[in-house]
Design a protein around this ligand. Structure first.
Ligand code: 26Q
Length: 821
């Protein structure tokens, strides 16, 4: 038996069943006989939650009474995924649960499936926030996650009969939410609009911000932190005067306006010029969070000494979305507490740090001065003052007036805008990128002026993922094999221990077992895909996955063009199908509802899937599936079953990627460009265990300089590569649109005249690496050995390591001392 450091609860399965029975009776009001699977789910969740309460309470007390600086992770998105399995794992009740639910006539899997996945995020950034609060709790760092309790999460995706994306609302609160505790007794108020009178803000309207609290249990740390998501309610539920005049619609107008603020998550994951509601959301949650932090750390004090604030808590700004918080803390200090400017600035500038998640300059948020002035007039004044002080400071650092103009927080054009990334960089102690390459490019390109003058502010913290959810829970078979191989399960909280698997890569017995695990995971996934989507997936093929938001820069187009080319070459006889490694290609991707070319790409993938999967000529050789509504659940099922992962963004565009880490940790090999965290993955797992292709950042820059996108150079690649030409011609000629030549004309036109992300330029290199991949895959032993080495060398990508880097480089704090039991 391997040694275990996993959380363990001595309670018996029978006793846990009794607790579930108790909740069925006293919270659900049903007998065990009447209980549906939904009832048992809610009862089990309620029961497990109670096991965490004591640790939650002591963690909160130790945090307030102790001297360890806390972290406030401010994020507009937390993409948490389902909670039950994670809560069971961290309370040591997994096995008892599996047993106990049988008493009520259900399988554990079905009870877990009864939970509706909360989708309060778009993708990478939101999931990163969820991984980070897991690691903060697991490391015992005192921390709050602060965000928004949207009533509607990321839309649910369906496909219509033409393969087009249809969005439907995600009303996740339709089902009971046993995890969130709405704490009406801890509400705060947030104001908007109005004007500034005698230097003080006289707002026009306000709303109540009500916290919904979620426990964030650490793994084997004895700690439970809090995720506090704010929901907006009207100050007055109903306008009685209007109501009495029988004007009911008008009577609820205020309520509607207030509740609209937290109604829905914006499904765009890159910036469009600011919408008022989005700014209302941002200000709403940071203003509430700042009030919350002050009352938490100075309980019962009317005039606390807030010069100690930066020793109590530091706020991490997850991208620019919470950056208005800088102006809000200044306002609170100046107007509510009467500090002078310099003191207020000193406190504020020692409180915030900023993480940037993009490289595209156009994706940095900018808010029109006009909009901020109307919604937050006092904040606009303060930002103007910050801008003035900043220009003064810059004059002491450089004589380059153009540089000063470029760096101004408020742009000086006809429609002046506040550059939120610049505000965050000027006001924060630290700015970090999310992978080494990204942080370098931030310094050299996106924020170059700032890094020239404030080099000490810039640092890197490479992203990570939680091994609890994405290895231990998602891939139990592989986890057991690792534990067997290492003789301990301590790797779950010390992921660098996976290094101990390196020698086992040369143990044929272990490698064989590893390959068998993958095979079994593929069979599981095939069953899941049948049940959930009705797909007939062949587990004896290579599983090749590309799962991420649909973006031109991520280049799903490159992948689908390669599939089309292979299909065409089988059909024409250029490729002998018996020479092909049988392959199943999976796509998972949502497109922002207004992103036209992304939606066309989705339609194309669906129709390629339809044509290819129905063509007997390629049966058993090539299949394409596009499970709709990609979410955390699908990720947890598909990643452990995948052989080959696609990370094929144009070099210099993907800040990091985190899916790439999840795949490597689950024994998939990566085909990828030198972009984002791929660079670090390749360095760690070894170049020989990574399938590299395509141009690097410098080659991309040179090709732009030659006028690739402006002079239509992509056409040359089309003309000179018969495979590429054939694939694009098939898209254009109606092969994937029942003969209609117009369906994809905008996509085709973009490829042939602009192709900003250089899909065509990288096509040949991509096809070549795919041949090499096939050759490698044919040698099963070799492939499995490479997969083992990917797992063994990816321990670095634990979000525990990311959090330790933040502690050392950015937050300058650590774990709380262990509490007395
Ligand atoms: C901003 C303003 C208005 C509306 C929407 C937005 C918005 C929302 C979400 C802008 C960006 C996002 C999300 C960005 C994101 O997920 N970025 C990804 O972050 C990951 C974690 O660092 C990286 O791994 C990815 O490379 C990066 O693309």
């Amino acid at each position: 038996m391997a040694a275990s450091t996993a959380p363990h609860n001595p309670m018996s399965a029978a006793d846990f069943a009794n607790e579930i029975r108790y909740e069925l009776k006293y919270t659900q009001g049903v007998t065990p006989k009447e209980a549906t699977v939904d009832d048992v789910y809610v009862a089990a969740a309620t029961a497990v939650r109670k096991h965490l309460v004591d640790s939650w309470e002591t963690t909160k007390q130790d945090m307030v009474n102790g001297n360890t600086k806390a972290v406030g992770y401010l994020s507009a998105e937390f993409l948490m995924g389902r909670q039950l399995q994670n809560a069971l794992l961290n309370s040591g009740l997994t096995e008892q649960f599996d047993e106990a639910v049988k008493e009520f006539g259900f399988e554990a899997k079905d009870v877990i499936d009864a939970e509706y996945e909360p989708g309060l995020g778009n993708g990478g950034l939101g999931r990163l926030a969820a991984c980070f609060i897991d690691s903060l709790a697991s490391l015992g760092v005192p921390a709050f996650g602060y965000g928004i309790q949207y009533q509607y999460g990321i839309f649910k995706q369906k496909f219509d009969e033409n393969g087009k994306q249809i969005e439907t609302p995600d009303y996740w609160l339709l089902k009971e939410n046993p995890w969130g505790h709405t704490d009406y007794n801890r509400q705060v108020h947030v104001s908007f609009g109005g004007e500034v009178k005698d230097g003080k803000w006289a707002p026009a309207w306000s709303v109540r911000a009500i916290p919904v609290d979620y426990m964030v249990p650490g793994y084997a740390s004895g700690r439970v932190n809090t995720l506090r998501l704010w929901t907006a309610k009207a100050e007055n539920e109903l306008d009685l005067l209007t109501f009495n005049k029988s004007e009911y619609t008008e009577a609820v107008a205020e309520q509607i306006k207030a509740e609209t603020i937290t109604k829905i998550l914006y499904p765009e994951d890159s910036t469009k010029v600011g919408k008022q509601l989005r700014l209302e959301q941002q200000y709403f949650f940071v203003a509430a969070s700042i009030q919350d932090a002050i009352r938490t750390f100075y309980p019962g004090q009317d005039k606390p000494d807030l010069t100690t604030f930066p020793q109590k808590i530091c706020f991490q700004l997850n991208d620019t979305h919470p950056v208005i918080g800088i102006a809000e803390l200044m306002r609170v200090l100046l107007d509510d507490y009467g500090y002078d400017w310099n003191t207020a600035w000193d406190i504020t500038s020692h409180t915030f740090n900023y993480t940037c998640h993009t490289l595209l300059p156009e994706a940095l948020e900018q808010w029109p001065v006009e909009l901020i002035s109307e919604l937050l007039p006092r904040h606009m004044q303060i930002i103007e003052e910050i801008d003035r002080h900043f220009v003064e400071e810059l004059k002491g650092l450089t004589t380059d007036q153009e540089k000063i103009d470029r760096m101004r927080i408020i742009s000086t054009d006809d429609e002046p805008k506040v550059r939120m990334a610049y505000l965050a960089t000027a006001a924060g102690q630290h700015v970090n990128g999310v992978a080494e390459l990204h942080s370098e490019l931030l310094k050299d390109v996106t924020l170059k002026d700032f890094s020239d003058l404030y080099p000490q502010k810039f640092t890197n913290v490479t992203n990570g993922v939680t091994p609890r959810r994405f290895v231990k829970i998602a891939n139990p078979r592989m986890s057991d094999l690792i534990t067997e191989g290492l003789g301990t399960d301590a790797w779950i909280s010390d992921l660098e221990m996976l290094k101990g698997l390196v020698p086992l890569a040369d143990d044929p017995e272990f490698v064989k077992k590893f390959a068998e695990v993958k095979k079994a995971n593929k069979r599981d996934f095939a069953a899941f895909a049948k049940r959930k989507y009705g797909f007939d997936v062949d587990p004896n093929t290579m599983f090749n996955s590309m799962i991420k938001r649909l973006h031109e820069y991520k280049r799903q187009a490159l992948k689908i063009l390669s599939v089309i080319s292979t299909y065409a070459n089988i059909k024409s006889g250029k490729i002998n199908p018996d020479d092909l490694v049988p392959r199943t290609v999976f796509f998972g991707a949502k497109a922002a509802p207004g992103y036209y070319l992304a939606k066309q790409t989705i339609q194309l993938i669906n129709n390629v899937s339809r044509v290819v999967n129905n063509d007997p000529a390629v049966k058993g050789k090539l299949a394409v599936y596009f499970p709709w509504n990609y979410n955390i659940e699908l990720a947890e099922n598909l990643i452990p079953a995948t052989d080959l992962d696609e990370q094929i963004s144009q070099a210099g565009k993907e800040a990091s990627g985190t899916g790439n880490m999840k795949f490597a940790l689950n024994g998939a090999l990566t085909v990828g460009t030198l972009d984002g965290a791929n660079v670090e993955i390749r360095n760690l797992v070894g170049a020989e265990n990574f399938f590299l292709f395509g141009m690097d950042v410098n080659e991309v820059t040179d090709l732009y300089a030659k006028g690739y996108d402006t002079k239509g150079l992509s056409r040359g690649y089309y003309e000179s590569d018969p495979d590429l030409k054939q694939a694009i011609d098939m898209v254009a000629d109606g092969t994937f649109s029942n003969g209609d030549k117009d369906t994809y004309k905008d996509l085709v036109n973009d490829w042939l005249t602009k192709d900003y992300f250089m899909t065509l330029a990288d096509f040949r290199s991509y096809m070549d690496i795919q041949s090499k991949i096939e050759e490698t895959y044919r040698d099963e032993q070799k492939w499995a050995r490479m997969a083992v080495l990917n797992v063994a060398n990816s321990g670095y990508f634990s979000s525990d390591r990311s959090i330790k880097d933040y502690l050392d480089r950015v937050w300058m704090t650590g774990a709380m001392p262990a509490h007395e039991a």
